[in-house]
Each structure stands twice: as structure tokens, then as C-alpha cells.
Design a protein around this ligand. Structure first.
Ligand code: VGL
Ligand code: ZN
Length: 181
């Protein structure tokens, strides 16, 4: 079994949002195509979302690095890609004092994937050097075969993104193009 994991495709990470990833919106059609492809293959579709309380520790007003973003139940936290009804939504970093970049951290994602017999995970979304990177590293640690869809991810900083991709390749992730599916 395989799963497509769509990382943090939320309004606040798109241009005009509170913590915009440059050209983050450019990968929306690509990800929606991937959803169709993976649905046809009978794969599991998972979407992670950053789901912060209003007083989250990562926010500048609490001494964190980020402007307030992806606050629970606000427009900024909405997922901007069309998802099938049976997609599994994983909310992360939803406690005031805990940061979590990885979709596996503080969630039941690993259990869900293992229960369904998932062996391979395909990752897309934002931001490459933060939440995509952390999710991919944890997926490797959890023993999944990891495929990063390089044309369906976006980073905040080009250099950091490059470094993250190099690191992920070294740790055993497969970096592929969605045309190779
Ligand atoms: C993210 C910064 C802060 C991400 C989340 O989804 O990559 N980045 N919170
Ligand atoms: Zn966040």
C-alpha cells in the first residue's frame, strides 16, 4: 500500500498569506492532479495541516520565529487543494507550547499508515526545508520508503531548500518527478 501525503497546503502559506511561500500556489494544480492519479491507484490520501492555537509558541509575540499563521478554525488555516471526501486530515502543532514541523510529531499518522499497510509514502507540499523536510525525515525513521515529488514542493529559501533535498537524498529518500509515477 502507498500513501500520498500533502504537506501544509494552507492559505497562510500561499502568496498573500501570513507566512507566504513564494509561488506556493503554483503547485496547487499539480497536487490536484496527483490526488487524481493516486485515487485511481487506490492509494491513501493524507493531508497534514499546521493547526496552531492563537497563542502558539512559534509566533513572534511569544518570542518565536514566525508571524501568527494557520490559527485553528481561521481562513488562513484552510487547505487550498481540493481533497477527496475520504482524505485523512492530520492536524499538527495544535498545543500552545509545542512546535511540530513533522506531520508525525504528536499525531497518530504513523499508526494510521501502519494500520492500513502503507509501505511507501509520496510527499508534496510546503515548505520544503521545514515541514516537508521534517515529515520526510520522520517517515524514513518510521521505516517507510520515501518518495519526494520534486515538482510538487516549494521552499521559502532556495539555498535552504537545496540543502534539505541533499540531506534527504543522503538519508535515503528518493527524489522523483511526478512524471515518473
Ligand atoms: C511551516 C513554518 C512554520 C511549514 C509551518 O509548514 O513548513 N513553516 N510553520
Ligand atoms: Zn507553523
Amino acid at each position: 500500500m502507498e500513501a500520498l501525503i500533502i504537506v501544509d497546503m494552507q492559505r497562510d502559506f500561499m502568496p498573500g498569506g501570513a507566512l507566504a511561500v513564494p509561488e506556493g500556489d503554483k503547485i496547487i494544480p499539480k497536487i490536484e492532479d496527483l490526488v487524481k492519479t493516486f485515487k485511481k491507484r487506490g492509494s491513501l490520501i493524507v493531508a497534514t495541516r499546521d493547526w496552531h492555537p492563537p497563542n502558539h509558541v512559534s509566533f513572534k509575540e511569544r518570542g518565536g520565529p514566525w508571524p501568527r499563521h494557520c490559527v485553528q478554525n481561521t481562513e488562513g488555516a484552510e487547505i487550498v487543494v481540493e481533497l477527496p471526501e475520504d482524505a485523512i486530515i492530520i492536524s499538527k502543532a495544535d498545543e500552545p507550547d509545542k512546535e511540530a514541523y513533522s506531520g508525525f510529531e504528536g499525531t497518530n499518522l504513523a499508526e494510521i499508515l501502519n494500520e492500513r499497510g502503507v509501505k511507501k509514502v509520496y510527499l508534496c507540499g510546503v515548505a520544503t526545508e521545514y515541514c516537508v523536510r521534517a515529515t520526510a525525515l520522520d517517515a524514513l525513521k518510521e521505516g517507510f520508503e520515501v518518495y519526494l515529488l520534486q515538482d510538487a514542493i516549494k521552499g521559502i529559501n532556495a539555498e535552504d531548500e537545496k540543502r534539505a533535498l541533499r540531506e534527504l537524498r543522503e538519508r535515503g529518500a528518493n527524489i522523483i518527478d511526478s512524471t515518473e509515477l
